[in-house]
Design a protein. Structure first.
Length: 136
């Protein structure tokens, strides 16, 4: 296994575990009602948990990918951050629609649906980061 792939798997695995843990805590302890009212916007429980977990994953993921995984990239940091945001936003949109499908249409439990969605997102994320965000 190439070193970069190993580093991505290790860092991404840790970041994914952190994101799933935050999602689980949000679903079971923070957003205990079916909807979460933020004043200006009301979100379904699983969407509110997704938003919170993605904020933490975004910050941790960028720094791990920039300084541990894709260290040979010579692009400026702000360009990498912008590209990372674009790929991360794409992942968030895909994750949102997959969760909507799994939870609202297929009636799967929210945490189980998020784990299934994460498998798809991890593959998409690696490809966009390697060939777009941190390319040489």
């Amino acid at each position: 296994m190439p070193l970069q792939t190993f580093r991505y798997a290790a860092c991404g695995g840790g970041n994914t575990l952190m994101g799933l843990t935050v999602y689980y805590i949000c679903i079971h302890y923070i957003f205990t009602k079916e909807t979460a009212d933020f004043g200006l916007i009301i979100l379904k429980q699983h969407n509110a948990a997704l938003g919170i977990s993605f904020i933490g994953s975004f910050l941790v993921g960028f720094f791990l990918n920039k300084y541990v995984v894709f260290t040979s990239s010579i692009m400026r940091g702000r360009v990498q951050l912008f590209r990372y945001f674009l790929s991360f936003f794409l992942n968030l949109v895909v994750n949102y629609f997959l969760l909507k499908l799994f939870v609202e249409a297929w009636h799967l439990e929210a945490f189980t649906a998020q784990v299934m969605t994460t498998v798809i997102i991890v593959t998409l994320s690696y490809l966009t980061q390697k060939h777009f965000t941190f390319k040489n």
